[in-house]
Write a protein that binds this ligand. Structure first.
Ligand SMILES: [Zn+2]
Length: 550
């Protein structure tokens, strides 16, 4: 008997790494293909990606990949997927720009993304007829999908909130969504991240005034940071600067590139003379300039990280400078980074505004409890599936669903890999696809520059160098010369002198830094030795620093 399958291959218990499959007989489509971020204990791992095993096994069924919006945890794993299978990608215009840029990061030719108009277009992908409607979120041009199947209509609404006054002037298209739902809704898979937050999520509009008020207090240079995909937030910072007579300079490759894409496609607007080159910015008095700078999660090597550690080539933070963080509290794994950067900036006597200060310098892009209830009230789904949250968000979402009259046995808190089967308008969990976490150790994701994927192949080719460092926490310095052991990199018997010299040069570099801690030593070691070894040997061994704190 033919049935419809919905499989959450990942993205239900871990917020990020969104990756869902809809399957009916010989047709299959994917919605979103995002990366996850590593946990703090996954040393040396930069990214987690979904397990594509099931997709590879069923590659001949795959009719298309639909993307909801341009966030990393929804598009970031596309280059990895497209290495394994071929299928057309569908998205809105801005999202397509971001996807093409993503492939460029990996130095892969970008597939042509099929751009659709969410106000009109219907896509036919095998047995599935897919329509879409605009939703509001923290990045423009996001959509929800209606997937019309032989069993009935399934709504897939990833990250959204009901924002009637979004920065780009395009609110959630409730009218279209409701008309698409008119013949009844078999199931709804929707964002659960805000299910533990009371009320409605605030509009992005509330923020611009707050940003301007804080900017107004700035007597010297201003540094403003947000994630590079947050086009609306950057627009608001630009607007505030325009009114306050400050010029703006973009610092950091990811921000420059995202702004360029958004501007070209008409998603960000500013008078040409508002933005100046960093070189010209340095000639202006401090109170006439704002730097829109990348590194809002304190990513090691990002522009803001280097400024905070007084290592940037030409920018520095001085007493009286204002630094504003306007982004979600850091994703898992990066909190220690951003805390360190904030502390370093405060040490330099900057006036730092960050997420702990409760100034509401950020509004969430995710709907809260009332938004979730409203979505359910508008769609009246028979079945509901929380996505994009953790276990606790799924449970809170289930309670909201029951409060909205959905039968508790029709709400499915799905674990990664579980298969939900729809047959004759009823649904039940039927089996599980085996999945595992796939870890990617790459350098330079996002802000740092070109991506160097260092998988096993490279490990086999260039080997590994392990660096033992003894660090005195109180004195803030190394106790002895770093000891370097290598395997498969250089012939140790013969090259002992080389490794010893490398260790000495590394120590000299670390001793030139002020106020270091174990973390900085570790990051700096990787940074330094990567370049050093490549310069001297033309090889890129994997570098594993082991810092022993004493
Ligand atoms: Zn998102």
């Amino acid at each position: 008997m033919s049935s419809l399958k919905f499989i959450a291959l990942s993205g239900t218990t871990g917020v990020t790494e969104n990756f869902y499959v809809y399957e009916y007989e010989n047709d299959m489509i994917i919605v979103d293909c995002g990366v996850g971020f590593p946990e703090a204990d996954m040393l040396g791992v930069d990214l987690v990606i979904p397990d594509f095993g099931y997709i590879k096994q069923n590659a001949s069924k795959l009719r298309g990949i639909l993307i909801t919006h341009g966030h990393e945890d929804h598009i970031g794993a596309l280059p990895f997927l497209l290495k394994e299978v071929k299928a057309p990608i569908y998205s809105t215009k801005l999202v397509a720009g971001f996807i093409e840029d993503k492939f460029a990061d990996y130095e892969m030719p970008s597939p042509k993304v099929n751009v659709f108009d969410p106000d009109r277009d219907v896509l036919t992908l095998g047995v599935f007829k897919v329509s879409s409607f605009r939703v509001s979120h923290s990045v423009p041009d996001g959509v929800g999908y209606v997937i019309d199947t032989p069993e009935g209509k399934l709504f897939h609404v990833a990250d959204y909130k009901f924002d009637w006054t979004p920065v780009d002037g395009k609110p959630f298209d409730v009218k279209r969504m409701v008309s698409l739902a008119s013949e009844g809704v078999l199931g709804l898979a929707s964002d659960s991240l805000g299910s533990t937050t009371a009320g409605y999520t605030e509009s992005e509009k509330e923020l611009e005034q707050k940003i301007e008020e804080i900017f107004r207090k700035g007597k010297n240079k201003i540094f403003f940071t947000t994630i590079s995909s947050n086009i609306s937030r950057m627009q608001q910072a630009l607007n505030a600067c325009y009114r306050l007579g400050r010029k703006v300079a973009f610092i950091g490759r990811s921000i420059e590139k995202k702004v360029e894409i958004a501007r070209e496609l008409g998603y960000i607007h500013y008078p040409p003379d508002l933005v100046i080159a960093p070189k010209a910015a340095r000639r202006l008095p401090g109170n006439k300039i704002m730097y829109l700078i990348s590194g809002s999660y304190g990513q090691p090597g990002s522009a803001l990280y280097r400024v905070a550690l007084s290592e940037h080539d030409y920018l520095s933070v001085e007493q009286g400078d204002l630094v504003v963080f306007s982004s979600d509290p850091a994703p898992p794994g990066s909190k220690t980074n951003v805390d360190m950067v904030v502390d370093k900036l405060i040490e330099l006597n900057a006036d730092v505004h960050y997420y702990d200060m409760q100034e509401d310098l950020h509004v969430s892009g995710h709907g809260s409890q009332k938004d979730i209830e409203m979505l359910m009230a508008l769609l009246k789904p028979k079945h509901a599936i929380p996505i994009g949250g953790t276990i606790r968000h799924m449970r809170a979402y289930s309670q909201l669903a029951q409060g909205m009259g959905i039968d508790p046995k029709n709400v499915f808190e799905m674990l990664p890999g579980q298969v939900l089967e729809f047959l004759n308008k009823n649904a039940r969990i039927n089996g599980k696809v085996p999945i595992k976490n796939v870890l990617v150790d790459g350098l330079g994701i996002g802000d740092v520059g070109q991506v160097v994927l260092r998988d096993r192949k490279i490990l086999a080719k260039d080997g590994v160098a392990i660096i033992m460092l003894q660090f005195d926490r109180l004195e803030g310095k190394l106790i002895s010369d770093p000891e370097i052991i290598s395997r498969g990199f250089v012939y140790e018997e013969k090259e002992k002198g080389f490794l010893k010299r490398s260790g000495l040069d590394l120590r000299r570099m670390i001793e030139r830094k002020k106020g270091v801690n174990a973390r900085i030593v570790r990051d700096a070691t990787v940074d330094f030795l990567e370049r050093y070894f490549f310069d001297k040997t033309g090889r890129r061994p994997m570098i594993l620093p082991v810092v022993v704190e004493i």
